[in-house]
Design a protein around this ligand. Structure first.
Ligand SMILES: [Zn+2]
Length: 303
C-alpha cells in the first residue's frame, strides 16, 4: 500500500456535491460544496464534479461516493433513484476522461459505504471492529464495518434500510412494504408526526419534536420511542447475525438519537437474544456531512 501526499474525495448528493482534499494523516487541506444542477443533465453534473476535482488538485488520487447501485469492481453506476438522469454511467471513465488521467485512478463506491469508511477512519467508528454506520435521512443507508474494514458482500451488504419490519406497512421506493426506512428515516418520522397530529411539515421540525420530547412532552416522547423501537426491530436481527457492538447514527434525524435510544434498545431486545439491546453502543456520527467525501478520499489513498 502506497499513499500519496494528499487525496481528494467527492460525495455526490441530491442537494450538494461535497468535496475536499486531505492528507493521509487526516489533515483537511480544503473543502468545497457545490450545487449539483441536475436539471442540466448528467453530463453537466459530471463536468462540475471534474471541475471541483481539478480545482482541489486530484492528480494523485480521487475517490467518489454516489448514492445508488454500483458494480463493485468497475465503479459502473447501474442506477441512482435519487439522482435524476444518473443511470448506466461508467463514472470512473467519465471523470478520468475529463481529467486526462487513467480510470484506475478514480475509485467509486456507494455513498453509505464511503460515509462508513470516513467514520471508521476519523470519526465515531474509529477503533471499532464490528459496527454499522447508519444514515437517517430521506431513506436509511447502511455501511457495515466487519472485522475492522468496510464490508461489501457482493456489493450491497449493509443495506439495512430495506429490512422489512411490517409487511403490511407503508409502500417503499424499492417496491416492498414496511421497510425500515418507511418507518424510521427522517422522512418517515415527519410523516408519522403529522399523522399523530404533531407539527412536522418541514424537516427542521424534527428538531423541535425532539426538543419537546426532551422537555417532557408526552406525545412527542411517545412517538420518538415508537420510531426508535421500529429502528431497533430492524437492528435486532443484524445483532443476532453479526454480533455488532456499535451502531453509529448519522444523517439529519440522528440529532434526535438521545430521544430514540430507549426505543432502539427495546426493539433490539425484542428481536434478538441475550438482552443485547442494553449492551450495544449507540453513538452519533462525528463527521456530519463531511463523512462521505472524507471516506471517498480515504478510499483513493490505498492503491
Ligand atoms: Zn424498501
Amino acid at each position: 500500500v502506497a499513499y500519496a501526499a494528499q487525496s481528494v474525495g467527492i460525495d455526490i448528493g441530491g442537494t450538494a456535491i461535497k468535496a475536499g482534499a486531505i492528507t493521509p494523516e487526516g489533515k483537511i487541506l480544503a473543502e468545497r460544496s457545490v450545487e449539483p444542477h441536475f436539471e442540466r443533465g448528467p453530463q453537466a453534473v459530471l463536468d462540475a464534479i471534474a471541475d471541483v476535482a481539478r480545482e482541489l488538485g486530484a492528480r494523485e488520487g480521487l475517490g467518489i461516493g454516489v448514492p445508488g447501485l454500483l458494480k463493485l469492481e468497475s465503479g459502473f453506476l447501474i442506477d441512482s433513484p435519487n439522482l435524476p438522469g444518473f443511470r448506466n454511467l461508467p463514472v470512473p471513465q467519465e471523470i478520468a476522461r475529463r481529467l486526462g488521467c487513467a480510470p484506475e485512478g478514480v475509485r467509486v463506491w456507494n455513498d453509505a459505504k464511503v460515509a462508513a469508511l470516513g467514520e471508521l477512519w476519523l470519526g465515531a467508528a474509529r477503533g471499532e471492529r464490528h459496527a454499522l454506520v447508519l444514515t437517517l435521512g430521506t431513506g436509511i443507508g447502511g455501511g457495515l464495518i466487519f472485522d475492522g474494514s468496510v464490508y461489501f458482500g457482493s456489493g450491497m451488504a449493509g443495506e439495512v434500510g430495506h429490512i422489512v419490519i411490517d409487511p403490511e406497512g407503508p409502500p417503499c421506493g424499492c417496491g416492498g412494504r414496511g421497510c425500515l426506512e418507511t418507518l424510521a428515516s427522517a422522512s418517515a418520522a415527519q410523516r408519522r408526526a403529522l399523522a399523530a397530529g404533531l407539527p412536522a411539515s418541514r424537516p427542521g421540525d424534527l428538531k423541535l419534536l425532539a426538543d419537546r420530547a426532551r422537555s417532557g412532552s408526552e406525545p412527542e416522547a411517545q412517538l420518538l420511542r415508537e420510531i426508535g423501537r421500529d429502528l431497533g426491530r430492524g437492528l435486532g436481527p443484524v445483532v443476532c447475525l453479526l454480533d455488532l457492538t456499535c451502531f453509529v447514527f448519522g444523517g439529519g434525524f440522528s440529532a434526535a438519537l438521545d430521544t430514540l435510544e430507549r426505543g432502539i434498545r427495546e426493539g433490539i431486545d425484542e428481536r434478538s437474544y441475550g438482552e443485547r439491546g442494553s449492551k450495544v453502543r449507540l453513538v452519533p456520527a462525528q463527521l456530519g456531512p463531511a463523512a462521505g467525501w472524507i471516506g471517498a478520499a480515504r478510499l483513493a489513498m490505498a492503491h
